[in-house]
Design a protein around this ligand. Structure first.
Ligand code: SF4
Length: 684
């Protein structure tokens, strides 16, 4: 039996895997893992059905021809070197993934920022939770999630904002249900009446994009009824001049109800519940983050918890739940274009510190291109060499059709992936075979910052190699042999752990296990590692003065429907599928839940437009269009559509959702606003 971690979502469930034959494994939940205590959802349960070699990329490929590793790696190193020599370090880019292990992320980040000298490395986590990162940085001074799953068990009120937790984080949801059965109340704030909302004590189907108004209204309510924690604020929170004037405008109950399009009585009930319940956990996810005002929406939630002192105590916290298995590990090593390493930004002192630690010839001078801007730069010809690792931006980026055109026009594209033929790898000049889940070792960090091990269960097939190995081999071929002389992931882990406290006072969040010298024992035994205690329990925040910040955020005006695009398109996940289905598509049982992509339409819209339940309809936006089966659903708000993100050219002739969203992003976080695209629908 081997202890490992689920390959899918940010819940980070521990698994006991028993290899029962060639490429066969029995999967059980690990009862000792704090994230899941033995439970697994449908995706985790069926992981064993996804380990076949169907569709795998098993050999390096140059164009359509098989090549040796030496030849492929030499070519990649030469093309990157040539582009840098001719056009400078910002002419190259990496686009990586929350599917990578922390060790993979670390080596890629080190190569780009410390040796190539650009910060043009961004990750698909930008699409998932970068608004939470930016909100945490603004409020706390560092990207710290001030909660863990035990807080759910201690909460008397659980508020879910923009999260269909029952489908997207099922094991967290089971924990929420257990707490509700013990008496806690559940409020769901979501435009859609999802499966999660169905079971809530109160569902607030707010107008999309009105979250700041709703949270500012809650804050004003708490002030007016006298439940702000004046002592906590006086001791631990900086309140900028004019804060209360800024958030107070339009925050009376009736104005908020009008802005959010909610019944006054329901809104009042939520505000009363929040004000009366000190032990409240507010979990938020993509519905908050994937917005053009995502960072403000995050800070509106953080403001509410800070001002009422609902933070730093068991059962009281704002809690960002992440989508991918290692979104948090990527954040910890600095795998975003906007951070340097180990939660540090690009301040001169940090740059000098990291360069000294890496003994590197250069260091990125400034933040790099975030995902949307990165692919825009590819489209405009400013990126001459691009390396995409473990992700499928030709499906998942907004305006994916344009991303495909950009890839087709890029002079040199490398894709390292597990799967041979993806919508993205169709544009690759070089494809490099990566080891899959169950074939490599490393660590992942889940939503509550528990670090867990992923372990190899099978020998690597064909010539597949771990991502960290592929990146370090390119680094060595680019001339940096000593800096990329890793033999094992444990060596990378220990370097990452040392950097995390290197001249950093040793008292920050990072005090990672494995810093002790000698042997692999501690790394090998690590499963899982949990940070001790409740974050911010001492009231000190990682800002220069130790105080958190209230951020004056105001509700932006909500645009009226456009004449030609009168509806609002929302996108999201299905319970039993994952991203572009390259893994879940291998498990037939998972397809039974939803066999095809559906567009959900409110009955009044369906009537008005002559769209029949079960018929076909075409959803169009200014970016593109695609075909869906219609599901008429009273769970939709009138005027709004919902489609799933999973289907691609490879899996379907319809449901190609990536073609539809606008390539617009939150100006602070760079996270695309997937949840609100002007659209129209017509029966076919
Ligand atoms: Fe895997 Fe997430 Fe399901 Fe847990 S909840 S088994 S991590 S998909």
């Amino acid at each position: 039996m081997i202890l490992t971690t689920c390959a899918y979502c940010g819940v980070g469930c521990g698994i006991r895997a028993t290899v029962t034959g060639e490429r066969q494994v029995r999967i059980e939940g690990d009862p000792d893992h704090p994230a899941n205590r033995g439970r697994l959802c449908s995706k985790g349960t069926h992981l064993g059905e996804t380990v076949s070699l169907d569709g795998r990329l098993l050999h390096p490929m140059i164009g359509r021809k098989r090549a040796s590793w030496d030849k492929a790696l030499d070519l990649v190193a030469r093309k990157f070197r040539d582009a840098i020599a001719t056009h400078g370090p910002d002419s190259v880019a990496f686009y990586v993934s929350g599917q990578l292990l922390t060790e993979d992320y670390y080596v890629a980040n080190k190569l780009m920022k410390g040796f190539i000298g650009s910060a043009n490395i961004d990750t698909n986590s930008r699409l998932c939770m970068s608004s939470a990162v930016a909100g945490h940085m603004r409020a706390f001074g560092e990207d710290v999630v001030p909660a863990n799953y035990d807080d759910i068990d201690a909460a008397d009120l659980i508020v879910l904002v923009g999260s269909n937790t029952a489908w997207c984080h099922p094991i967290v949801y089971q924990r929420i249900r257990a707490r509700c059965e013990a008496g806690a109340k559940l409020v769901v704030i979501d435009p859609r009446r999802t499966e999660t909302a169905e079971e809530a004590d109160l569902h607030l189907p707010l107008r999309p994009g009105s979250d700041v108004a709703l949270m500012n209204g809650a804050l004003a309510w708490c002030r007016d009824v006298g439940v702000l924690d004046a002592g906590f604020v006086a001791d631990h929170v900086a309140v900028p001049d004019g804060f209360w004037d800024a958030i107070g405008e339009g925050s009376d109950l009736w104005s908020v109800a009008r802005t959010c399009d909610l019944p006054v009585a329901d809104l009042k009930r939520f505000y009363e519940l929040f004000a009366a319940t000190p032990r409240t956990v507010t979990l938020f996810s993509q519905g908050v983050n994937q917005s053009l005002a995502g960072t403000d929406q995050v800070n509106a939630i953080l403001n509410l918890h800070l001002a009422t002192g609902r933070i730093g105590k068991p059962g009281a916290a704002p809690f960002s739940i992440t989508g991918q298995p290692n979104a948090m590990g990527g954040r910890e090593v600095g795998g975003l274009a906007s951070t340097l390493a180990a939660h540090m930004d690009f301040a001169p002192g940090n740059r000098e510190r990291v360069q000294r630690f890496w003994a590197s010839p250069t260091i990125a001078p400034k933040p790099g291109l975030k995902a949307v801007d990165l692919f825009r730069a590819v489209d405009e010809g400013r990126i001459k060499a691009l390396w995409i690792m473990a992700t499928n931006p030709a499906v998942s980026m907004p305006d994916a059709g344009r991303v495909r055109d950009a890839l087709a026009g890029c002079p040199f594209v490398v894709v390292s992936d597990v799967i041979a033929d993806t919508d993205t790898s169709a544009h690759a000049h070089v494809r490099l075979p990566a080891a899959a889940w169950g074939e490599k070792d490393g660590t992942v960090t889940n939503s509550d910052r528990t670090i867990s091990r992923q372990r190899a269960l099978f020998p690597r097939p064909g010539e597949a190699q771990p991502d960290w190995w592929i990146v370090k081999e390119v680094g060595r071929r680019m001339g940096w042999k000593t800096a990329f002389a890793y033999d094992r992931p444990a060596e990378i882990w220990r370097e990452h752990a040392r950097l995390s406290t290197y001249q950093n006072d040793g008292k920050r969040l990072f005090a990672l296990p494995g810093q002790a010298s000698g042997g692999n024992a501690r790394y090998e035994a690590m499963q899982p590692f949990r940070w001790g205690g409740t974050p911010f329990a001492d009231g000190r925040f990682p800002t220069p003065d130790g105080r958190a910040r209230l951020v004056p955020v105001v509700q932006k005006p909500l645009a009226a429907p456009l004449r030609d695009w009168p509806m609002t398109l929302n996108t999201g996940r299905y319970r039993d599928q994952w991203h572009s289905m390259t893994r879940t598509g291998l498990a037939p049982k998972l397809a039974r839940h939803r066999e095809e992509p559906l567009v959900e339409v409110h009955p009044a819209d369906a009537d008005r437009l002559g769209i029949a339940d079960g018929g076909l309809a075409r959803v169009a936006t200014p970016q593109g269009d695609s075909l869906y089966r219609v599901s008429v659903s009273a769970g939709q708000r009138p005027g709004e559509l919902f489609v799933p993100i999973h289907w691609t050219d490879r899996t379907s002739s319809g449901g190609r959702t990536g073609l539809l969203p606008r390539p617009l992003a939150d100006p602070i976080s760079g996270q695309p606003g997937f949840k609100m695209t002007p659209a129209r629908i017509a029966a076919v």
